[in-house]
Design a protein around this ligand. Structure first.
Ligand code: PEP
Length: 273
């Protein structure tokens, strides 16, 4: 079975007290979901709230036990160097040092506003894996690219670049998030069947690149205005293994039903001749 993952990208929202309140409300809510096959749940607050979030997760795991075993804290970004004169940056080892397990790489807002490129996404993906962090690698086309009929070409290029120089064992450890840029934070949802088609194409692209069925086990998430009202249909699709959620991850009352929508939804791995 492929893992189902529901990840919350809090972007540049929530101070310390608000972060603590949100992570507590989400995890307390998850602790009530006993008996469900829960997805992996990854909460990604701002850098300054990461130590607090990691500590809160640890203490709530001690309080509630196994039911929170699939909950994790992740970062929204990182640098790819191990250390050095890179003012304002955070190294991968600094994330694992405080107990983090996941990192979002190449979010479209990083590509758009912070000059992230396919090349830097590749360097960060490799650095994450070298540090035993699970990279959630984001890909997605802009509205112009979609309207010009370039979606598949753009996504294939982004995927191939992100994976350059990764061997088969490394690629098996990544997570991909398909996030059409025009659907992020806009309230415009990509049709579930179209999102599924692209997620499937991502999986096929990886399998072709590695000439194996390695991608049949890689979770491919959808992101872009996911809400409690959309998650069920999205999770019904054959190739969508979860969601990367922005706006709707900022309130426990929105995020908890999304987590519930991902419960018991692990997909059978495809079979390839
Ligand atoms: C995101 O930030 O990755 C995202 C998908 O945002 P939203 O859910 O708000 O569209």
């Amino acid at each position: 079975m492929r893992k189902t993952i529901i990840a919350g990208n809090w972007k540049m929202h929530k101070n310390q007290a608000e972060s603590k309140a949100l992570i507590t409300a989400v995890l307390e809510g998850v602790s009530q979901m006993k008996g469900e096959t829960l997805p992996d749940i990854v909460l990604c607050p701002v850098f300054l709230s990461l130590p607090l979030a990691a500590e809160t997760l640890k203490s709530l795991k001690e309080k509630h036990g196994e039911v929170l075993n699939t909950c994790y804290v992740g970062a929204q970004n990182m640098d790819y160097h191990e250390s050095g004169a890179f003012t304002g940056e955070i190294a991968p080892g600094m994330l694992t040092d405080i107990g983090l397990t996941h990192v979002i790489i190449g979010h479209s807002e990083r590509r758009q506003y912070f000059a992230e490129t396919n090349a830097s996404v590749n360097l960060k993906t490799r650095a994450a894996l070298a540090n035993k962090l699970v990279p959630i690698v984001c890909v997605g086309e802009t509205l112009d690219e979609r309207e010009a009929g370039l979606t598949d070409q753009v996504i294939r290029r982004q995927v191939a670049s992100a994976l350059e120089e990764l061997d088969k064992d490394q690629v098996a450890k990544i997570v991909v998030a398909y996030e059409p840029v025009w659907a992020i934070g806009t309230g415009k949802n990509c049709e579930s069947t179209e999102a599924n088609r692209v997620c499937k194409m991502i999986r096929e692209t990886i399998n072709e690149l590695y000439a194996t069925n390695v991608a049949d086990a890689i979770p491919v998430l959808y992101g872009g205005s996911v809400k409690p009202s959309t998650i069920v249909e999205q999770m019904e699709q054959s190739d969508i293994d979860g969601a990367l959620v922005g706006g709707a991850s900022l309130k426990a009352e929105d995020f908890l039903p999304i987590i519930k929508g991902g419960a018991g939804r692990s997909k059978l791995m495809g079979t390839r001749a």
